[in-house]
Write a protein that binds this ligand. Structure first.
Ligand code: TYD
Length: 207
């Protein structure tokens, strides 16, 4: 038996964490065994790498950054996500490899194909089956941010490029991505996300 892997993506300030938490709770209420993870992080090793990556005082060169994200992700896949899926659990994730494609591939200009290539060996077959892209313009996203981390503190041009790269990724894989307008209020965003998930999988109510 294998579970399902759903990742939430988007630029800063889209409400990913709130919606991911709501989805996990909704699935649990219906008797589904679900774990929630976040990237970078989710494991002891990954959380240490997260500190290095996000420290506002830190200095991390672009390829070092891309490889550290890939490293934290490989740890998460080996330790948590892979085993969870193989045991039939669902995984709801705050960000995924697609953040690296958009932020490092697009935002940092390292190239989507190159960044995909360095992430592939550490992931094996542990790739999200559904990516919910919460779409928001960069100005609104940044205005919702308080206490930005090292990458969140990059300016509007960087965020705009990241957003454009997410759009390109979604257009290239329309069956994988569900694109949701995150400028709506959170209740409306949640309803749309729930409908999209239910369109993919039959979720019976045990409540
Ligand atoms: P996150 O904890 O989701 O922060 P936020 O809630 O502010 O979006 O992500 C931390 C930062 O790391 C965020 O700026 C996005 C960035 N990031 C990448 O640049 N590449 C990646 O592969 C991942 C997973 C995150």
């Amino acid at each position: 038996m294998t579970g399902h892997y759903i990742a939430f993506e988007g630029i800063e300030g889209t409400g990913k964490s709130t919606i991911a938490a709501r989805l996990a709770g909704y699935l649990e209420q219906r008797g589904i065994d679900v774990i929630r993870v976040r990237e970078p992080g989710g494991t002891a090793t990954g959380e240490r790498i997260r500190q290095v990556l996000l420290d506002p005082e830190g200095s991390v060169a672009p390829w070092s950054e891309a490889l550290l994200f890939a490293s934290a992700r490989a740890q998460l896949a080996a330790e948590l996500v892979g085993p969870a899926l193989r045991s039939g659990k669902w995984v709801v994730s705050d960000r995924s490899v697609y953040s690296s494609l958009a932020y490092q591939g697009g935002g940092r200009g390292l190239g989507v194909a190159e960044v995909r290539r360095v992430n592939t060996p550490g992931l094996g077959d542990v790739w999200p089956e559904m990516v919910v892209l919460l779409r928001l313009d960069a100005v609104t996203g940044l205005s919702r941010q308080n206490d930005p981390d090292r990458i969140g503190a990059e300016g509007i041009d960087f965020q705009t490029t990241v957003g454009e790269t997410f759009d390109q990724l979604a257009a290239a894989e329309p069956d994988l991505f569900a694109v949701v307008d995150a400028s709506e209020d959170i209740a409306a965003v949640w309803t749309t996300v729930r409908d999209q998930v239910e369109r993919r999988w039959t979720i019976s109510s045990t409540a």
